[in-house]
Design a protein around this ligand. Structure first.
Ligand code: FUC
Length: 747
């Protein structure tokens, strides 16, 4: 009660336009010992394009780092995502230490390590700055002077030589197509710095700042996939370091916080829990039901998205951008049959629309590249438009099984970005041309079946079963593509031959919803679905989530059949699959089941090799999702799933708390987004909404689906009654003005 009351005061402040940061529960991962294993316990920082993992070792610190564009391979060779390199800090202090703490603050995107050794308090901070394009490490000894002694070495990820010049170190090299370079600069306050083989030795310093950055000459938009040569990369890296080195540590950190904090703070989730006293590994191991874990896991997905998907032209890959080896699982690539898509499920709803941009660029640039490899895949099948296979590198190379419906799936993402932002220029210039080209691919590819319905020939259901005509996966995705492209044409007021053809084809399209012999949504047309088939992909339930053709508010018999099919898949599975099931159960408004799946998704594991075992998925100590091995899709999928439990876009309007489990009886969220440019703040008590505030970015009618919950009044944020209507089915609607906020009152 206390917490809700406090928030409602906060709400009043919010309504006056002031940020209600005070009282926010800190979002932190923390541990009382150094990390031992990169995958399971080191902690990530990232600025969206470059990132690092820190271990927090006392005798030796390792900072492994990445640039998202560093790939071997080419337009004709798969290659793989690479480790860029490591920084090693050797302190040479083998001895006891105490009061050790290793932390990652999600609120600030700052990592820290502190401990006491030999009577000296050692403190380190780590962050990846977007404004300055550098990773920063600060070492200090508060209260002591001249006590920092260590050797810093830089190691190339491919065993290349390390160049040391002055206070700077560099590694560089070439891969199949790309040139890369990374540089680090050491800035010491006091003491001495001298070169040693492969590094720099610091003696008696008061504090040290290390700046690190890296780049390649990758350019997605260029036909050669490169821009400039090794010298140009060198110039770029050097310029970044020169600029950053002119700033004080304080100024670098201030710029980082000013950039990051407002983005992260857009969304708050409070499930009625304070930050517990347990270290994060202990929290997952022994106190998994503590709601703080859900708050943290939710926000971790947002943190990881900001860290791996800002700027540039590449989406986050299978590990976001964090990878310490040169032969990662599945090349740490772009898988088109669930993984890269799941990475973007939380983007709009959790208010990180700008993080969508790299994915949108990747899809729109590759799809529209004249004669590019995605177009060639389509031409080989005598189709216009474009298509991809399952595995994709960053140079347009696409292989393993063809996954034609992925083109429609990617387009649903292009549409999502519009549906939330209502950015018509983006829709006209970027999304619509790709959506149109994709429809044309399917115009050329679809065929009529015996019933006169249009079906996709010879399709699959990833990654099992036969190839057949008209499987649910393909039909449901093409349905979404056609429906959304028609909606886009309407928004853009396009009425031409293409739109007329699309209308005709949409009317004849098989929608992929067929109910089978045991009451399930059928996965295939000919082959019988096996009850109890626990295959991890839920490809026949695309229409339930992430698409929306299936809803209790449309034709409930399909929602019932989806429930039967989902239930048959079971609760086990790999990391991302469990996360997907959270969203699916949320869409079916079964909060307890969604919660159960979320708890399964948080099973602690230390398995670091690839496993397809139903029982192996979960999380590591560092809360990276374990497929296993580490796959970040499950992190993003779980964040989206938690959001889906709290807010849903339905055919009758925004449904607040549609799948609230009893474990989250009291709480509030702030800043979740719904389609149409609406942002919601909601507080609830005993499972019932007590306060709602909605901000309208674009104006228009705000529609809420609130079965059984009649609001007393709707008012403008600064007072003033607003007329609203409520239908018998629970739909509340009122008109909004762009830029204005409204309160919906329940008591
Ligand atoms: C898909 C999945 C696997 C794995 C791989 C990276 O092929 O079926 O489980 O996630 O992507």
């Amino acid at each position: 009660m206390m917490k809700i009351g406090k928030w409602m005061c906060g709400l009043a402040c919010l309504l006056c336009g002031q940020a209600a940061m005070a009282g926010r529960v800190p979002m932190k991962l923390w541990y009382d010992e150094p990390a031992k294993v990169w995958m399971t316990s080191a902690l990530p920082v990232g600025n969206g394009e470059i990132g690092a993992m820190f271990f927090g070792g006392v005798d030796r610190e390792q900072l492994q780092f990445n640039d998202k564009t560093l790939w071997s391979g080419s337009t004709t060779k798969r290659g793989s995502y690479q480790n860029m390199g490591d920084l090693f800090f050797d302190f040479g202090t083998v001895g006891a230490y105490e009061d050790y703490r290793r932390e990652l603050s999600l609120d600030d995107a700052v990592g820290s390590v502190s401990y006491t050794q030999g009577g000296v308090r050692y403190v380190r901070e780590y962050f990846a700055s977007r404004p300055d394009s550098v990773i920063v490490v600060r070492l200090s000894t508060p209260g002591s002077k001249g006590r920092l002694d260590f050797t810093l070495r830089m190691q190339d990820g491919r065993q290349g030589a390390t160049l040391v010049e002055g206070r700077r170190m560099a590694v560089k090299g070439t891969l199949d197509l790309l040139s890369y370079e990374a540089q680090a600069e050491l800035l010491a306050d006091g003491g001495t710095v001298e070169p040693v083989p492969g590094g720099l030795k610091v003696s008696g310093a008061d504090a040290v700042t290390v700046l690190l950055t890296g780049a390649t000459n990758f350019d997605l938009a260029s036909p050669s996939y490169t821009h400039g040569d090794a010298q140009a990369v060198h110039g770029r890296v050097e310029a970044r370091l020169d600029k950053a080195a002119r700033k004080s540590y304080k100024a670098l950190k201030a710029a980082h916080l000013a950039d990051y904090r407002p983005l992260f703070a857009r969304v708050e989730l409070d499930l009625g829990a304070e930050m517990p006293d347990y270290a994060t590994d202990e929290l997952v191991r022994g106190h998994k039901d503590h709601p703080y874990l859900d708050m943290l896991y939710f926000q971790y997905g947002r943190y990881l998205m900001l860290g791996s998907s800002r700027g540039g032209q590449l989406p986050s890959n299978l590990q976001g951008l964090w990878n310490n080896v040169n032969n990662p699982a599945w090349e740490c690539d772009y898988h088109s049959n669930i993984n890269v898509q799941m990475n973007y499920w939380p983007a709009e709803v959790t208010n990180l629309s700008e993080c969508y941009e790299p994915f949108i660029k990747y899809v729109s640039i590759e799809a529209m590249k004249e004669g590019g490899s995605w177009q060639q895949v389509a031409r080989k099948e005598n189709c216009r438009g474009w298509a991809v296979h399952t595995q994709n590198n960053i140079f347009g190379y696409t292989d393993w099984l063809i996954n034609r419906p992925a083109n429609a799936w990617y387009c649903t993402h292009l549409w999502q970005h519009y549906a939330y932002t209502l950015d018509k220029d983006y829709l006209r210039t970027t999304a619509y041309p790709v959506m149109k080209a994709t429809c044309e691919y399917w115009f050329d590819r679809l065929k009529e079946n015996a019933e006169g319905r249009l079906v996709a020939p010879n399709e699959w259901s990833p990654e099992h079963g036969p190839w057949e005509d008209g499987v649910a996966y393909a039909q449901q995705l093409i349905y979404a593509l056609f429906e959304e492209t028609l909606a886009a044409a309407e928004v853009l007021q396009i009425e031409d031959g293409f739109v007329a053809e699309l209308e005709g084809k949409f009317a004849k399209l098989d929608n992929g919803l067929h109910i089978g012999s045991w009451g399930q949504i059928k996965e295939w047309t000919v082959q019988e679905d096996r009850k109890g088939d626990h295959q991890r992909h839920l490809s026949h339930l695309m229409a339930l989530y992430p698409c929306d053709q299936i809803s209790w508010l449309k034709d409930p018999k399909y929602a019932e059949a989806a429930k039967v099919a989902l239930d048959s898949r079971g609760d086990g599975a790999t990391g991302w699959s469990r996360a997907w099931k959270v969203s699916c159960w949320a869409r079916l408004w079964d909060g307890e089941r969604a919660y159960r799946l979320l708890k399964q998704a948080q099973n602690l594991t230390d398995v670091t090799i690839v496993s397809m075992d139903d029982n192996a998925g979960g999380v590591y100590e560092n809360l990276f999702c374990a497929h296993p091995s580490f796959q970040i899709d499950g992190n993003f999928g779980a964040t989206a799933g938690i959001a889906e439990m709290l807010l849903q876009n339905t055919p009758r309007g925004v449904y607040l708390l549609p799948a609230l489990p009893s474990a989250w009886a009291d709480g509030h969220f702030k800043g979740l987004k719904a389609k149409g440019g609406f942002t919601f703040d909601v507080a609830w008590k005993d499972g019932k909404i007590v306060e709602t505030r909605v901000h309208s970015a674009a104006g228009g009618e705000c529609r809420l689906y609130l079965p059984g919950q009649k609001p007393l009044r709707v008012k403008k944020a600064r007072g003033g009654k607003v007329d609203f209507g409520q239908d018998a089915d629970g739909t509340v609607s009122f008109r909004t003005k762009a830029g204005k906020s409204y309160c919906i009152c329940w008591n």
